[in-house]
Design a protein around this ligand. Structure first.
Ligand SMILES: *Cc1c(COP(=O)(O)O)cnc(C)c1O
Length: 457
């Protein structure tokens, strides 16, 4: 399989290059040249475990990787999960919950990042290369990336976060990883200061080359690839074409589902759920993609207006025509909005809705009262959206499957607000009082630059 840019530039590249490259050289996102149909092989796929499906997907989309290596990466990744099914399905009556949070940091990001860290290690070793991952986090994604690469050969990771401005739990999930290749940098400044410094270091090309700087952001194709597995596994065990409700931020998780459907997996529709940051919900309702300010909510991993994976959807929606993608993006860049104007619905089989904070809290409360289940705020956004927008099972439609993207113990304040008590998880309880390692640095480019060059692998 070869990978091409959504903006049409550059030569097609194999999977291993797409893995290390992340973003295409022309600023576009990488996509496979085709989505092979598995419609004729569904019975064979149905007999596979979740990890088995992930391996088969790599066989199709990463055929330049030795299959033994892929097998080891996938098996090692999911062995870190605390549930034998990796992604167990729970029945709540009016919906089912696909729990994606059984990995080391209790969010769905572990699914992809546990695999990714292992793949990076293999590909870098095969090429005699190394990589220093650099990123800024306002709290949540940093820890999954850190846990994905901790202790891996040939990889260093530097995560900048604003000192005193991430929650104590979020900070502990990062700083209690004491492996020598992990560097948590508490910056005396804001999240924007952290991002500025990271951007400046990536923009310093001699420095970037000298230390082989890399990123593990949500646009990496391999992350999408891993995430296709949970849709396929779940849809193949449903009695009817599946309906998935997906709490959405950067559009990575739901795009994986859309890609799975293109492969012939029986999925009836997607409910795209946003919080008050509703740019995507409005796009799928109206065909207009407009710039809006970001608002802070109780589902912070979805506090995103311009979803980084949206361009992948756009490319498919615009008939895989890179010229039309570039025109749409140019329009957006100059006018702050762009619209689809071909008279077709924005997304076939995608219904979208935005859920406000009050409804999110009420949903956590309702679900708990009805079933004793505690949903985290992100998951609750998806449940509320399914209740509002999914076709009723009474009409013969499939019971919606809501993706549960985080364990509720990660968001004690919101959960306590909703039901008067917090959820617990032993992995988080253990962090209190565990040995922590972090370095306090001023919000100063030269100081951070020196720290990275002194500690890079
Ligand atoms: C990242 C994340 C999301 C959003 O997923 P995208 O792939 O960015 O759309 C939802 N919930 C949680 C808990 C997350 O960490």
């Amino acid at each position: 399989m070869r990978y091409i840019s959504t903006r049409g530039g550059g030569d097609p590249m194999p999977f291993a290059d797409a893995l290390l490259t992340g973003l295409a050289a022309d600023g576009g996102l990488l996509l496979p040249e085709s989505f092979p149909s598995i419609a004729d092989e569904l019975p064979a796929w149905r007999s596979l475990s979740y990890a088995g499906i992930a391996q088969r997907l790599f066989g199709l989309y990463a055929d330049d990787m030795p299959s033994e290596e892929v097998r080891a990466c996938v098996a090692g990744a999911f062995a870190t999960f605390d549930h034998p099914d990796v992604v167990p399905l729970k029945d709540l009556g009016d919906c089912r919950l696909l729990e994606l949070f059984h990995g080391p940091t209790l969010s769905f990001k572990d699914l992809a990042l546990q695999v990714l860290g292992r793949l990076f290690e293999r590909v870098l070793a095969a090429r005699g290369r190394r990589m220093n991952i650099l990123g800024a986090t306002s709290g949540d994604t940093g820890s999954a990336a850190i846990h994905g690469v901790r202790g891996r050969e040939g990889i260093g990771i530097f995560v900048l976060f604003p000192h005193g401005r991430v929650t104590p739990l979020q900070e502990l999930q990062m700083t209690t990883v004491t492996d020598a290749n992990v560097h948590c940098l508490a910056i005396d400044g804001s999240f924007d200061d952290c991002q500025e410094i990271v951007k400046a270091l990536f923009g310093d090309l001699p420095f970037k080359e000298a230390h082989a700087l890399g990123a593990v952001n949500s646009i990496n194709w391999a992350r999408v690839l891993v995430q296709m597995a949970h849709y396929i596994h779940c849809a193949l065990h449903a009695e009817k074409p599946a309906v998935f409700s997906v709490p959405t931020g950067n559009f990575g998780n739901i795009f994986a589902g859309i890609a799975a459907r293109r492969m012939g997996v029986p999925i009836d529709r997607f409910v795209l759920a946003t919080n008050e940051n509703d740019t995507l919900a409005r796009f799928f309702q109206t065909g207009v993609f407009g710039r809006n300010p970001v608002r802070r909510t109780i589902s912070p991993s979805m506090d995103i207006q311009i979803a980084s994976n949206f361009e992948r959807f756009l490319y498919l929606r615009l008939g895989q025509d890179a010229d039309r993608v570039r025109a749409f993006l140019a329009d957006f860049a100059s006018n702050g909005q762009a619209r689809l104007d071909d008279g077709e619905p924005p997304g076939a089989g995608i219904v979208a809705t935005a859920i406000d904070t009050e409804t999110t809290l009420a949903t956590i409360r309702d679900v708990y009262a009805a079933s004793g289940y505690i949903a985290d705020p992100h998951t609750a956004v998806g449940i509320a959206a399914a209740r509002r927008a999914a076709p009723s099972p009474a009409t013969g439609a499939s019971t919606p499957i809501c993706l549960a993207t985080a364990h509720p113990a990660k968001f004690p304040d919101a959960v306590r607000n909703a039901i008067g008590r917090a959820a617990r998880h032993p992995a988080l309880t253990r962090l209190q009082g565990a040995k922590a390692k972090r370095t306090l640095l001023p919000a100063d480019l030269a100081t951070v630059r020196r720290y990275v060059s002194d500690h890079a692998v």
